[in-house]
Design a protein around this ligand. Structure first.
Ligand code: NCD
Length: 306
């Protein structure tokens, strides 16, 4: 892995497998009564969140704390960002604390990459606009590996608002790298043109959903829609909602959260045993511990040649 985690493309299959192995041992730590190891004792991690987040921010915070790091959490609301401070000045200010890592979520595609030029810290992308969300993809791969043993040969359908989804981009790359085949499905207005260039297939109806082993449902991201991409939520649900009638026995259902209950996913499926949604959230802590560990401790030590 490079010094930063910006995109799934920073990782080859061996790198993903290394993180899965680490995550397995950190999941064991998370199962203990005392959920802490001293790996990052005395080091500082800054979580910088410019967008709403529940799962990603809480699990990065817990991950850093369970590795014994000192953690600073900054939310744009209530910080000097509200007073007009630029991203560059904010990053330089926080870098004065000499953090080992900055975890950043931002509405701007490319923000995580950009701040690598303004800080000596390792940068972890916790979601940059519509671009990528690599730790979500890693926790989804981890969750599937825990449930099914691996992804080789799995058929995974990603259903919904692919256009606005950084999760879709990262997951298409990660699922395929681990040996799965991926089909994206949604209304043509919400499927980016040329998505097949990532190696996946595209469908505009759920007619063949039965072929999927795993149905990965995405939230309709209404906050990123300046114009109407779907006629009404009811019509969207009629055509694309994943519900019990559309699933067959044995299919696994995933969703990164937050769910619009009753829109892209029916309540009965969310609450059923087919859904791995809670397992995904739980995996988030172990996988983010693994990513922080890999970046800050696992990196090969530079050999100084005299
Ligand atoms: C996703 C995100 O923010 O990209 N949520 C998450 O991180 N669990 C997906 C979403 O907002 O729909």
């Amino acid at each position: 892995m490079s010094r930063h985690l910006i995109s799934i493309d920073d990782l080859d299959r061996a790198g993903i497998e290394r993180i899965l192995d680490l995550a397995r041992s950190f999941a064991e730590v998370s199962g203990r009564e005392i959920k802490k190891v001293p790996a990052l004792k005395g080091r500082t991690i800054v979580n910088l969140f410019y967008e709403a987040s529940t799962r990603t921010s809480s699990s990065f915070e817990l991950a850093a704390k369970r590795l014994s790091a000192d953690v600073v959490n900054i939310r744009s609301a209530g910080s000097s960002v509200d007073k007009g401070e630029s991203l560059k000045d904010t990053v330089r200010t926080l870098s004065a604390y000499d953090p080992a890592a900055i975890v950043i979520r931002s509405p701007w595609a490319g923000a995580a990459q950009q701040i690598t030029g303004w800080t000596d810290a390792a940068v972890v992308n916790a979601g940059d606009g519509k671009h990528e969300h690599p730790t979500q993809a890693l926790l989804d791969v981890f969750t599937l590996t825990q449930a099914l043993g691996g992804l080789e040969g799995l058929r995974i359908w990603i259903v919904g608002d692919v256009l606005h989804s950084r999760v879709a981009r990262s997951n298409i790359l990660a699922f395929q790298r681990m040996g799965a085949t991926v089909t994206v499905c949604g209304p043509p207005t919400l499927i980016p043109r040329g998505i097949e260039s990532l190696g996946c297939a595209a469908q505009d109806t759920l007619a063949n959903l039965g072929e999927a082993d795993v149905v990965y449902v995405l939230r309709l991201q209404q906050e990123r829609m300046q114009e109407a991409y779907v006629p009404t939520l009811r019509e969207y649900a009629q055509r694309y909602q994943v519900n019990r009638a559309r699933l067959r026995e044995g299919q696994i259902v995933m969703h990164p959260g937050p769910v619009n209950r009753g829109v892209e996913l029916s309540g009965e499926v969310i609450d059923s045993d087919a859904a791995l949604i809670d397992a995904q959230v739980k995996s988030g802590v172990a996988v983010r511990m693994a990513v922080l560990y890999e970046l800050l401790v696992g990196a090969p030590v530079l050999q100084v040649v005299a």
